[in-house]
Design a protein around this ligand. Structure first.
Ligand SMILES: [Zn+2]
Length: 124
């Protein structure tokens, strides 16, 4: 839809510009010149809006910085690590990497999105 809208917008903007030029040309009928000018401006603005609108749609928001909190499964060890979020991380997922402290298995305890406001936890 984005590309088609952009093409239509470009065509409308071009047609509108052409109509404005026609309106600027001295024509025998003065009132018609004014009407052409207005129609051209309207068509042009609609075309530009379509182009700008489709461009805005295409902008992809960068994902917010996310961290993953990992905790060792051993209650005595209680090792905790925070690393960057990786695709496929979810809460209570067993981590492939063993605990660097005791060598036991570790589990994802929390996933946090870092923002200006207080950290937000995803309850998966
Ligand atoms: Zn451990």
């Amino acid at each position: 839809m984005g590309i088609i809208t952009k093409v239509i917008g470009a065509i409308l903007a071009g047609v509108g510009f052409y109509i404005v030029l026609m309106g600027l040309n001295p024509l025998p009928d003065d009132s018609m010149t004014f009407v052409y000018f207005i129609i051209g401006l309207v068509v042009m603005s609609v075309g530009f809006n379509l182009m700008v609108g489709s461009r805005r749609e295409k902008e992809v928001k960068p994902p917010p910085p996310t961290i993953t909190e990992i905790r060792c499964d051993s209650p005595e060890c209680n090792f905790k690590e925070i690393r960057d979020f990786e695709r496929g991380d979810y809460i209570l997922r067993l981590v492939d990497v063993p605990c660097p402290k005791c060598g036991g298995s570790m589990t994802v305890e929390g996933i946090y999105v870092i923002r200006e406001e207080p950290e937000q936890t995803f309850n998966v």
